[in-house]
Ligand binder design. Structure first.
Ligand SMILES: N[C@@H](CCC(=O)N[C@@H](CS)C(=O)NCC(=O)O)C(=O)O
Length: 204
């Protein structure tokens, strides 16, 4: 399999962590891809021009990260990261949606700040997106209290772990740990998993 990737993308990190948890890392060749390079050929594999995109051994291209992670989950034996059915499946998928949604908000703010001239920044929109992130953090803190976010890796906890890691990477001033001791403790443990520790984002 080939994975079109950028090591700073938190969605790519979800795939890399999933592959590691399933023991599939050495079956995936990483293909560095600059999404802003018109000659990268990325759109052939994902018409949306986004990473991650996975090309399977059958030559099929898959996107986006939830689809790729579900595919990888079915490619190796062992504990499933996505329960096949029942209420547990929807709890895990909902958690993934929360982690991904926080990432969507964080990436939107990053893009706004990086590519818009400062005089054209629209602060109310930025505040709105940041509000989604803080609401998401509060919801996660409450989920831990209700034991809905556990220690065992699922695609839900992986998405949340990647979202919190991205906040540390790109939004250190947010200080998301403040007032959220349960979530802080959970992430401290989860971030030590070899799959997470081996995939920390860094700028090139
Ligand atoms: N929902 C997608 C989001 C993927 C995404 O937004 N990737 C970003 C990198 S962090 C990207 O490729 N952006 C390029 C663009 O939007 O043109 C997923 O879960 O895979």
């Amino acid at each position: 399999m080939k994975l079109r990737y950028s090591m700073t993308s938190p969605y790519v990190r979800k795939v890399v962590v999933t592959a590691a948890e399933k023991g599939l890392s050495d079956k995936i060749k990483l293909v560095p891809t600059n999404t802003r390079d018109a000659n990268s050929g990325l759109e052939k594999d994902n018409p949306l021009g986004k990473v991650p995109a996975l090309i399977t051994d059958d030559g099929e291209s898959l996107y986006d990260s939830p689809v790729i992670c579900e595919y990888l989950d079915g490619q190796a034996k062992g504990r499933r990261l996505i329960p096949a059915r029942g209420p547990k499946r929807f709890k895990v998928l909902k958690l993934q949606a929360l982690g991904d949604g926080m990432l969507d908000a964080a990436v939107a703010v990053m893009m706004e700040k990086r590519f818009r001239p400062p005089e054209k920044l629209h602060q109310p929109d930025i505040d709105r997106q940041m509000g989604k992130i803080t609401n998401g953090l509060d919801a996660l803190d409450a989920m831990i209290a209700a034991k809905e976010l556990g220690r065992a890796p699922t695609i839900g906890s992986i998405a949340v772990g990647c979202a919190l890691g991205y906040l540390d990477f790109r939004f250190p001033d947010l200080k998301w740990r403040r007032g959220r001791p349960k979530l802080t403790r959970w992430f401290k443990g989860f971030a030590k998993r070899p799959s997470m520790a081996g995939s920390e984002p860094k700028d090139a």
